[in-house]
Design a protein around this ligand. Structure first.
Ligand SMILES: *Cc1c(COP(=O)(O)O)cnc(C)c1O
Length: 373
């Protein structure tokens, strides 16, 4: 197969008006972390999420880090998070001197299992970090009820779910704070970038301070708290402004892609496909396939066979309880999360970029059928 016909897993879609906005930064000299695009991007994106404030940061991981720090939890506080997610969630909790407590995920939505969240609450629990997985939202109605009952804070990780909805209401508007990533493969991209959105004036103020070294407004080089440089640049925000103007189109493209894959792959009993609960709007960040137990090979071999047919794929997350760097710290000893372990070994995602064509979806689908026949 010649290189030209290789289908990559993801490519960003950069709109025509982007270059003009970036050029404005270059020509005006506003290339660093001040300039008109940063507040404009914060305003437009937080409005899109249904939150009062947006605080732009350098990436999705620093968004989670600064959000956790903003809660000012007592050291040793427990924060409930899914076993099945990216390590950024655990890092943010650990760096705030808190203890990550894991729960397994739902085998169909791949989001944290809320029955297990309720069972994991102890007198030391202070917060919950729901992660909207691969575009499917966590049922935030239930999370917020649990949080209210037990007086817990909620930080949503919405890095994979820009615009996903729970009963017609967008994610990012439920929790105390919500964190987004604008990495190149996300639904809105700034190359690298992130944002914390919140409707709390208090949290917004702390987020802004912690993002920028905790300079004090009344006396600049005088510090009473350890901060960070997690600033986003005006150049990145310019790309973000162009992207957020097109986010509805991006979501339409993702949903169209998912429908096209579903039509072509739902006849296969050897794989399970993404679902959409009746109360949810899934934005299908990436289209995942999970191999049934009867298939005599695992996701590594599945990926190898698809690659031989010119189809790029990516493996799914390895659970937090299986991460050597976390186990070395004595975390999660002896624990097992069977759904997470199964996804890590049996799942992958196929090409899902915003510019993916119908012909490419056909080719991927034919290749999947061939590999599984
Ligand atoms: C991408 C992602 C992040 C991290 O974002 P970066 O911008 O890459 O740091 C955090 N959480 C989830 C669920 C993600 O998918």
């Amino acid at each position: 197969m010649e290189a030209a016909s290789f289908i990559p897993v993801s490519e960003p879609l950069i709109g025509d008006n982007t270059a003009a906005l970036v050029n404005e930064c270059v020509e005006s000299g506003w290339v660093s972390s001040e300039g008109r695009f940063i507040p404009e991007f914060e305003r437009k994106f937080s409005q899109f999420c249904g939150a009062a404030h947006g605080v732009a940061v350098s990436n999705g991981t620093t968004a989670l880090q600064v959000a956790m720090k903003t809660l000012s939890l007592e050291p040793g506080s427990e924060v409930i998070m899914p076993s099945y997610t990216i390590i950024s969630c655990a890092i943010a909790i650990l760096e705030a001197d808190c203890v990550p407590v894991l729960v397994d995920c739902d085998p169909e939505t791949w989001c944290m299992d809320l029955d297990q969240v309720e069972a994991a609450i102890t007198p030391r629990t202070r917060a919950i970090m729901p992660v909207h997985m691969f575009g499917h939202p966590v049922d935030m109605r239930r999370v917020m009820k649990l949080a209210a009952k037990h007086d817990l804070r909620v930080i949503e990780d919405a890095a994979e779910a820009h615009g996903a909805e729970v009963e017609g209401r967008r994610v990012g508007s439920f929790g105390d704070m919500a964190c987004y990533s604008f990495y190149a493969n996300k639904i809105v991209t700034t190359g690298e970038g992130g944002m914390v959105v919140t409707s709390s004036d208090h949290y917004a103020g702390r987020l802004r301070s912690l993002r920028n070294l905790c300079f004090r407004p009344e006396r600049r080089f005088y510090h009473t708290e350890i901060g960070h440089n997690y600033r986003l640049t005006n150049v990145q925000a310019a790309i973000g402004v162009a992207q957020v103007d097109r986010v509805e189109d991006h979501i339409r493209r993702k949903r169209k892609m998912a429908k096209a894959y579903h039509e072509r792959l739902s006849d296969l009993s050897q794989i399970t496909l993404p679902v959409e609960r009746e109360w949810a709007k899934n934005v299908y960040w990436m289209y995942c396939l999970i191999l049934a137990d009867e298939v005599p090979f695992d996701a590594v071999e599945f990926a190898k066979r698809l690659r031989a047919k010119g189809i790029d794929t990516r493996p799914l997350f390895l659970g937090m309880h299986e991460q050597p760097v976390l186990r070395e710290r004595g975390l999660f000893a002896g624990s097992s999360y069977p759904v997470t372990e199964r996804l890590a070994r049996r799942g992958l995602y196929v090409p899902s970029g915003l510019g993916l064509t119908e012909a490419q979806i056909d080719r991927v689908s034919v290749a999947v059928h061939e590999v599984l026949s």
